[in-house]
Design a binder for this molecule. Structure first.
Ligand code: SAH
Length: 247
């Protein structure tokens, strides 16, 4: 798959100007020259096939030749609510969930979090997610929210058809969760310290929430987040590679 390059601005009359890091990647790392064609994305879901028409010292100019809807995007609308964990783990989770195709990522504070809200660099999470987006061939940016409070998360869960809550003490199995007609799905994962009993009760009390066990072992938050999101994507049919069926 051709490497994609990201622009965070819109463009008019089919002309794009690129400078900064992406200029460096295109000219100095990928050694592209005038006349070469590259794929550019602006995070809205389209791949723009462009031709390099001019290269200057610090910026280059592209002409947009065509655009197509990226076929690597998931059809499902999955949001993951992740209670704050240490930044290296939060960055790993952000990268992997972007690759897995989630639409939105919401870091939030719960009472057992060992990390403070103001120590979470959402701008870094954004950067990591965009790098993962380009690497895995996606074109629609993951929406990464500012850190929310526990109550803010609870207040917005009613918008989902299905909320899957990873709860160590749950007696429910994921295989009994009905994903049919679940267009808008949320997943909730705790921090390294998990949730308080009070928080567990509040989450489980919501009518569209299904608590599930991830087995007898206590998984680290990042293991739980990445593996549960993987299984949910599989159950939503996002692991079918249609091309295999055709050829
Ligand atoms: N409460 C755990 C620590 C939290 S593990 C302990 O007693 O040590 C981090 C998060 O991963 C949990 O809040 C939960 O959302 C998820 N998780 C880990 N293992 C799980 C399991 N076996 N079943 C369901 N969720 C699990």
């Amino acid at each position: 798959m051709a490497r994609k390059f990201f622009i965070d601005n819109n463009f008019e009359n089919n002309l794009i100007e690129i400078s900064g890091d992406e200029f460096n990647h295109i000219v100095n790392v990928s050694r592209k020259i005038v006349g070469d064609e590259i794929i550019v994305i602006n995070g809205k879901g389209l791949d723009y096939n462009c031709k390099i028409v001019e290269i200057n010292k610090k910026c280059l100019k592209l002409k947009v030749l065509s655009s197509i809807i990226c076929d690597a995007e998931t059809k499902s609308d999955v949001t993951v609510y992740q209670a704050l964990v240490k930044s290296d783990k939060l960055e790993l989770i952000t990268q992997k969930l972007t690759e897995l195709g989630i639409k939105r990522f919401v870091p939030f504070v719960s009472s057992f979090c060992q990390v403070k809200a103001n120590s979470t660099r959402v701008d870094r999470l954004d950067k990591i997610s965009i790098e993962a987006l380009k690497q895995c061939g996606r074109s629609k940016s993951v929406i990464i929210d500012k850190v929310k409070s526990f109550n803010e998360v609870i207040d917005e869960l009613n918008q989902y058809d299905l909320v899957i809550f990873a709860y160590e003490k749950s007696k429910n199995s994921l295989k009994d969760v009905n994903f049919i007609n679940s267009k808008k799905v949320a997943i909730i994962i705790g921090s390294e310290g998990g949730f308080s009993e009070e928080e567990n009760k509040i989450i489980i009390s919501l009518k569209n929430v299904k608590s599930v066990s991830l087995g007898k072992r206590i998984l680290r938050a990042e293991t739980a987040s990445i593996s549960l999101t993987s299984v949910v994507m599989f159950k939503l049919g996002e692991w079918e590679n249609i091309w295999k069926l055709v050829f």
